[in-house]
Design a protein around this ligand. Structure first.
Ligand SMILES: Cc1ncc(COP(=O)(O)O)c(C=O)c1O
Length: 412
């Protein structure tokens, strides 16, 4: 008997990949230079040279039998220690190696974190706008995903709405800052207030409420003073030179999910980790549970070569400066054409209001001009559209007249 849940998922088409497929078809028809594809969040800058060097050196210098052997379930001990020490240094949270659980990217980190701190039937709360894959990630665990409506003026958390949605069946709250799709970065005061609300509600309901912080864009920041502070001393190899408030430093029951997909431009290598908040009273038990989750998901550990590579490069980023350059270009031009949006503070996305209430209709109209944008409906925030500006700057420059023409069509 074929699985009914996955069969049902076939009906929910992945809008982003449909748009990307259409863009591929149009590239063949009209030439790549005439298609402006802002649909996919694939990094557009190469991994740093240090990553390539580390791959070559480790491959040449390490005994192949040792290099390619099974990694221990939680990861190679020296790698876990190295990542713990980097996080201690950057954020002042007292992680030890045992708190770091190596995974195949953020997707696997989330799969482990959610399963470790919830039971099927629980509710996981998240905030709109949110990554469209959160629904399958959460529902695949047997939990229910509940989305708190967006504060579209700031894309910070709407605490009035949270008060209403944070009911006793919520056992985990999933946040994503810097945010896909809005580019918003939660301010220290937003995170402080969230921590206070979760502490009060956990006490009132008599059970812990875990914070799962999904941070694949942690290092793509544009440095605005009220969302960031200078990076840890010596961290001058971060392109931005700044860091955002770290949720796990404010709320002990936090599981931080990280990925090197975006910071080191390694999405195809599938490497990341879960960092278990060391000051949580449940930390030791969660560290024991994570490898058990792997046994049920068939995860079987992250690739051992890549673990060694990121241990050497976890203090670096690719040259991420092009994303800020693209954001500045787009912000200035789009504002002058009459688009409204919250200025992104990080990531490589922005999330303007669509020029008609139906964002899907708006994106279809953009598509007719070979401009590929993603409607906000799949991110839980209709009336908006996502621009993934992880493309070469000249593509942004060439697309600006198309954004302008689209806005003019709506003014006619
Ligand atoms: C918000 C968010 N979370 C998780 C992921 C998954 O990241 P990874 O490629 O590391 O699995 C992505 C990927 O785009 C993302 O945007």
């Amino acid at each position: 008997m074929l699985n009914t849940s996955y069969t049902e998922m076939l009906q929910e088409k992945d809008v982003i990949f449909e748009i990307f497929a259409y863009a591929t078809k149009r590239r063949a028809e009209v030439g790549a230079e005439n298609v402006f594809d802002f649909s996919l969040g694939n990094p557009s800058v190469p991994a740093p040279k240090e990553v390539t060097d580390a791959i070559c050196r480790i491959t040449q210098e390490t005994d192949p039998l040792a290099l390619h052997s099974y990694s221990p379930a939680g990861g190679i001990p020296s790698v876990r220690e190295r990542i713990a020490s980097d996080l201690r240094w950057r954020f002042g949270v007292s992680y030890e190696g045992r708190h770091i659980f190596m995974t195949c990217g953020a997707a696997a980190a989330l799969a482990h974190a959610i399963r470790a701190v919830t039971n099927p039937g629980d509710t996981v709360l998240t905030f709109a706008p949110c990554f469209s894959e959160y629904k399958p990630y959460v529902e695949g665990t047997g939990c229910k995903l509940c989305v708190v409506p967006a504060d579209t003026k700031t894309f910070q958390i709407s605490f009035d709405a949270l008060e209403e949605y944070l009911t006793a069946d919520v056992t985990a709250v999933l946040i994503n800052s810097p945010n896909n799709p809005s580019g918003a970065v939660y301010s220290p005061s937003t995170l402080q207030s969230l921590s206070e609300v979760l502490t009060v509600k956990a006490a009132a309901y008599g059970h812990p409420i875990f914070l799962i912080s999904d941070e694949p864009y942690r290092d793509i920041l544009f440095g605005r003073a009220d969302t960031t502070s200078p990076a840890a001393p010596g961290r001058d190899n971060l392109s931005s030179g700044v860091q955002a408030a770290y949720p796990a430093a404010l709320y002990p029951d936090t599981l931080t999910c990280y990925s090197f997909s975006k910071s080191l431009s390694l999405p195809g290598e599938r490497i990341g980790y879960v960092a278990v908040g060391p000051n949580s009273p449940f930390a030791d038990r969660i560290c024991e549970l994570l490898p058990q989750v792997s046994r049920t998901t068939g995860h079987n550990g992250a690739a051992s070569l890549l673990q060694r590579v990121v241990a050497e490069c976890c203090h670096l980023t690719a040259d991420l400066s092009v994303y800020e350059k693209n954001k500045n270009l787009l912000s200035e031009a789009l504002r002058s054409y009459g688009y409204e949006f919250v200025e992104p503070d990080g990531t490589f996305y922005m999330f303007p209001r669509s020029l008609e209430p139906d964002a899907k209709a708006f994106c279809r109209r953009a598509m007719e001009m070979d401009l590929m944008l993603v409607p906000g409906d799949g991110f839980g925030c209709p009336g908006h559209f996502r621009i993934a500006y992880c493309v070469p700057t000249e593509r942004v420059e060439k697309a600006l007249p198309v954004f302008k023409r689209l806005a003019e069509e709506y003014r006619k």
